[in-house]
Design a protein around this ligand. Structure first.
Ligand code: IMP
Ligand code: MG
Length: 182
């Protein structure tokens, strides 16, 4: 399937699953080398990370643990507020943490996740994101160590990423394209 339509928006195939898998294999090797003997904890940020987390874990060949957090953002009076819906549920004291994200856009949610984990006396925090939009970043991070693909300022769906809750189940990633005549 090269093109799909959701709610009158058009999307075209952007990164296919074969490319995604190849990239993840390399990311897994990088992480396995760096974290051998460190027993890291991978902390996935739901919902978007679920496919990436599953494939990434199959390419990490060192002892490790896996957990998830779930955050929800809503419009507050001052700024976007972020609420924790599901906590990490384990003791992270002294642990080496790798946050697993589907995509980093503005970096707002990542900033919140990092701040929350920093309070738990962890040993270190690295970030592993399948996608990143460098032109959209609104914060400076020094720990975004693993990025699958840097993409332009464009809206993507599939492989865990959604539009209005749809398309998370697609194995490939699609990007939004203007409708004919736009
Ligand atoms: P942030 O702007 O970096 O805080 O990104 C917040 C969240 O917006 C991400 O975790 C995604 O769930 C969602 N998001 C950002 N860009 C896209 C996109 O292109 N497609 C689907 N979801 C996105
Ligand atoms: Mg997300």
């Amino acid at each position: 399937m090269k093109h799909i339509q959701i709610d009158h928006l058009n999307f075209e195939l952007f990164i296919d699953y074969e490319q995604i898998k190849k990239r993840i294999r390399l990311m897994g090797i990088d992480i396995s080398v760096k974290y051998a003997d460190k027993n890291p904890v991978f902390v996935g940020v739901l919902n978007g990370c679920f496919m990436f987390m599953a494939d990434l874990m199959k390419q990490v060949h060192v002892p490790c643990e896996v957990s998830f957090v779930k955050l929800a953002s809503y419009q507050g009076t001052q700024q976007d507020q972020i609420q924790e819906l599901l906590g990490v549920g384990m003791d992270l004291t002294g642990r080496e943490i790798i946050i697993v994200e589907d995509i980093i856009d503005s970096g707002n949610s990542l900033q919140h996740t990092i701040a929350a984990l920093e309070k738990l006396n962890v040993a270190s925090i690295a970030v592993c994101s399948l996608l990143m939009k460098p032109d959209c970043l609104q914060h400076a991070f020094d720990n975004i160590t693993y990025v699958g693909f840097e993409i332009e300022k464009e809206f993507v769906v599939g492989y865990g990423l959604d539009y209005n809750g749809q398309c998370r189940n697609l194995p490939d990633i699609y990007k939004n394209i203007p409708a004919v005549g736009e």
